[in-house]
Ligand binder design. Structure first.
Ligand SMILES: Nc1ncnc2c1ncn2[C@@H]1O[C@H](COP(=O)(O)OP(=O)(O)OP(=O)(O)O)[C@@H](O)[C@H]1O
Length: 325
């Protein structure tokens, strides 16, 4: 999977409390639960109009980070602003401008799509709930399904309605917490087209995901493991910064080869990739020495390759584990 980066959207709307092009800037964010630090000394910046992806293993602190960035959760230490408001003292103002689609978002199954959206609009206290629901239906191309019961929708359509609900209050910032978990590839693609459309209108989008193809559709990404920010920037930048020299190996008995190579000096990552094996290391000379015999073995064909984003994440996670154990 190679990085094909969309160009960052140019914001078109003037922002509420801030004039610059920075949506979020935080430094030193730290949070503990029950004496356990789950986010540690995290600093980052998100420009307006970007789709910013959060990646990392389960329980690595992505949701906690996103919630602190938006003033929904108070950090134990650190500072920052979101949409120009102080995350420590102005969380009410921030909340007014944030749309949040949580992992557990659920629709009322025996209400229609329109009724669900109107209900959410009422909860937000919007002046014209019916009009707002109509706008959301139009914006997301859901008009033909307005009267369909939410319980009859496929997972992908449900997520689109949930997205519609999260933009009802007209937010400047959208938080999407694993919005496409369990949704089929076509529906995921459609969902991401919507996200890009919204970003094109000036919305800043923070999205957590476990899918590599979705990471590649973000303008910038952050990789978080063990509560620490291990890499950030465009996909191309994160891949380039990894410093990994990568080889793709094809042939027979690759599992056996993987076992032979794993743990050798200079072999930092060995991972199956489809019908091939990816072998990578940060010290090219050492990697070459440790793989010399295997490269001379006629059963295998070795090809120098670019590391994939997945290679980089596997390596980051392994290194993170070593550093923070
Ligand atoms: N309110 C809370 N009270 C206690 N522990 C919490 C709370 N919120 C999160 N945690 C713990 O903090 C850690 C980080 O959780 P978080 O939800 O931020 O991770 P995540 O990277 O979003 O995970 P996932 O990908 O599984 O959603 C986890 O161990 C979680 O159990």
């Amino acid at each position: 999977m190679r990085a094909t980066l969309p160009s960052p959207a140019q914001p078109i709307k003037a922002a509420g409390a801030f004039a610059g092009d920075i949506a979020i800037e935080v430094s030193g964010l730290t949070k503990s639960f029950n004496g356990r630090t789950v986010v540690s000394d995290l600093s980052m910046e998100v420009r307006r109009g970007l789709i910013y992806g959060f990646l990392g293993p389960n329980g690595s602190g992505k949701t906690t980070t996103i919630r602190m960035l938006c003033g929904l959760l108070t950090p134990d230490a650190g500072r920052g602003t979101c949409l120009g408001y102080d995350i420590l003292t102005q969380s009410d103002e921030i909340k007014r401008h944030v749309g949040y689609m949580t992992q557990r978002f659920s629709l009322y199954e025996d209400l229609s799509i329109r009724e669900n959206l109107e209900f959410v609009a009422r909860i937000h206290g919007l002046d014209d709930p019916r009009g707002a629901a109509g706008d959301a239906l139009h914006r997301l191309g859901l008009e033909n399904r307005a009267h369909q019961l939410a319980g009859e929708l496929s997972g992908g359509w449900k997520q689109r309605v949930a997205l519609g609900a999260s933009i009802l209050p007209g937010p400047q910032l959208l938080l999407l917490d694993e919005p496409t978990a369990g949704v089929d590839p076509k529906a995921r693609r459609d969902f991401w087209d919507e996200i890009h459309r919204l970003a094109g209108e000036g919305l800043t989008v923070l999205v957590s995901t476990h899918y590599m193809d979705e990471a590649e559709r973000c303008h910038e990404i952050a990789y978080i493991a063990y509560g620490r920010l291990l890499a950030a920037g465009t996909v191309a930048h994160v891949v380039a910064q990894s410093g990994l020299e990568t080889w793709t190996v094809t042939g027979i008995a690759l599992r056996q080869l993987a076992e032979t190579l794993r743990g050798r000096p200079g072999v930092d990552m060995v991972a199956p990739f489809g019908s091939a094996l990816h072998v990578a290391g940060r010290d090219p000379a050492l990697l070459m020495r440790s793989t010399e015999a295997a490269r001379a073995d006629e059963r295998y064909s070795w090809r120098r390759d670019q590391p994939t984003l997945e290679d980089v994440f596997i390596d980051l996670m392994d290194r993170g584990r070593d550093n923070f154990r």
